[in-house]
Design a protein around this ligand. Structure first.
Ligand code: SAM
Length: 218
């Protein structure tokens, strides 16, 4: 399977077999992390509910919102996973695969602030410890826009965007992922001016949900 070069990227609809094929690809290439490079881990907390125990910035209400939406989806892409706080909610709720996309380097504008830890140490082991035991997790450890090339148009039910919040970065995420989404395109930090401007300049309008979440209709 190769990105955007025609051929074998046909993910519609996603099934357990599709997820396995993605895993095969991940195992065969160096650009995304393979499960085999890390030991099997047990998820520390309940699989069947979102957990506020994982370090991150998302409020409990937002975790519950993600969990409830995820229960209505067969497949989900998350852009920006950090240590897996929101990923855990999505993985717990979704029946099918959750594709987590993160380079785990932290967002460039946050490296002297909230994401400073990622500049000092590798945060990936924290992510893996927190959610690596979920069988429906498929990890793309890479740039968001690169990962998008592996997905066919309208191939995933839900796309949740919570990567870098700089305007150009949000626009790049929306432009890359909106075409892949067939039901729910949403994201975090609806209150950020940069996020609002990015949504507008991508030609969408959005509704604000539950305080911090935004939704556009693809
Ligand atoms: C706000 S944090 C995500 C928080 C997470 N959703 C949670 O609930 O804890 C943003 C994440 O996006 C990742 N990120 C930023 N820009 C990215 C890009 N262009 N490609 C992939 N990951 C990116 C960072 O490494 C960081 O882990």
């Amino acid at each position: 399977m190769t990105p955007d070069d025609g051929g074998s990227v046909a993910f519609e609809p996603f099934s357990r077999e599709d997820a396995e094929r993605v895993w095969q690809h991940i195992r065969q290439t160096g650009d995304v992390l393979t499960m085999g490079q890390y030991p099997e881990v047990e998820v520390k907390v309940d699989y069947k509910q979102p957990t506020p125990e994982i370090q991150g910035w998302m409020g409990k209400d937002s975790l519950a919102w993600l969990y409830e939406r995820a229960q209505q989806m067969e497949s989900i892409v998350e852009i920006g996973s950090w240590k897996g706080r929101s990923t855990h909610a999505l993985l717990s709720g979704c029946r099918g695969p959750v594709f987590a996309v993160d380079h785990f380097k932290g967002s460039p504008d946050e490296l002297n602030g909230a994401h400073g830890e990622a500049a000092r140490r590798d945060i990936f082991p924290d992510f893996w410890q927190n959610v690596g035991g979920f069988r429906n997790l498929v990890l793309f450890r890479m740039e968001s826009t690169e990962a998008a090339k592996y997905f066919a148009p309208k191939s995933v039910d839900m796309v949740f965007i919570d990567g870098c919040h700089m305007k150009q970065a949000v626009m790049a995420d929306i432009n890359a992922w909106a075409p892949k989404c067939r039901k729910l395109l949403c994201g975090h930090d609806a209150g950020y001016k940069t996020v609002q401007e990015a949504i507008r300049d991508c030609g969408f309008t959005n509704t604000r949900e539950n305080g911090g979440m935004w939704i556009v209709t693809p």
